[in-house]
Design a protein around this ligand. Structure first.
Ligand code: 3PY
Length: 266
């Protein structure tokens, strides 16, 4: 390993052999002190008891929750976020209080706001307008916990409009121009590479602007070493370029999760 960036385990893709609230302890047992999750509940506004159990699982495991996705609809499934869906704008607004409540209890600072798939029959310009309103509302809400709203280009979804780092950076720039300083790019090196982005150039030119970084190998989305993406080289370049945040291990292990960390020693 030729960089010293810290890792956080994405417990929505790793340790899925276990019930959700057992995953933080499994990450701790595997030697990590930080975890991140996609929105861990079915509903945008879950029962208090569900939230309490989740927060306790994090605290009891002795790990830091570094990142949390806002409610993103059914993920994985028919949705990839709801920011741009006019019919779900209120659901997203209602989610903000819950996210901020969790952040107040866990110290989480990074909040991934997935954009949403293009909706047939709705003017794309209207979808983008609604998305920006939701991003600005989210940025205002998480300001209270010193949080950053993360904008992530993703792959394997033709109808998802943000595919490259440039697409994400454009949304970030628009949000900043509208007054939200706490919005930044989530550079998922797997998604960018699958979408044909020049990941080396993205890291070289924008590392210092990254709000968060996630990794998985390409092809396959497995652990580093299961494919051919030069992850160590890219992370080293990111650190040299000014990125000093966590790196999310957001991969689908090709072996049982606890056995998928051999690449760390190499
Ligand atoms: O939907 C995905 O694949 C993601 O990476 C969400 O964060």
């Amino acid at each position: 390993m030729s960089h010293s960036l810290r890792y956080t385990v994405n417990c929505s893709l790793l340790f899925t052999e276990l019930p959700l609230n057992e995953r933080p302890a499994a990450a701790r047992a595997a030697g990590f002190d930080a975890v991140e999750f996609w929105w861990p509940f079915e509903d945008a506004v879950p029962d208090d008891a569900e939230v309490d159990a989740f927060v306790s699982a994090i605290a009891d495991a002795g790990v830091q929750l570094t990142g949390l996705n806002f409610f993103a609809g059914a993920l994985p499934g028919p949705d990839r976020g709801v920011l741009s869906q006019p019919s779900r704008a209120q659901e997203f607004r209602d989610n903000l209080d819950v996210v901020v409540g969790i952040a107040e209890r866990t110290g989480t600072r990074g909040f991934n706001a997935l954009y949403g798939l293009r909706q047939p029959g709705v003017d794309p310009a209207e979808q983008d307008r609604v998305a920006m309103e939701s991003i600005l509302a989210a940025a205002k809400a998480v300001e209270a916990v010193d949080g950053t709203v993360l904008i992530e280009p993703i792959s394997s979804a033709d109808d998802y409009p943000l595919k490259t780092a440039a697409d994400g950076l454009r949304v970030v720039a628009d949000a900043r121009a509208a007054g939200a300083a706490n919005v930044a790019l989530l550079a998922d090196l797997f998604h960018l590479a699958v979408n044909g982005d020049d990941v080396t150039a993205v890291v070289r030119d924008h590392a210092a602007e990254f709000g968060h970084v996630q990794i998985a190998d390409v092809p396959g989305r497995g652990e580093p070493g299961s494919g051919a993406l030069p992850i160590d080289r890219l992370l080293t370049a990111a650190q040299n370029g000014g990125y000093d945040g966590h790196v999310g291990l957001e991969y689908k292990p090709t072996v049982p999760s606890a056995e998928s960390f051999g690449w760390l020693a190499r």
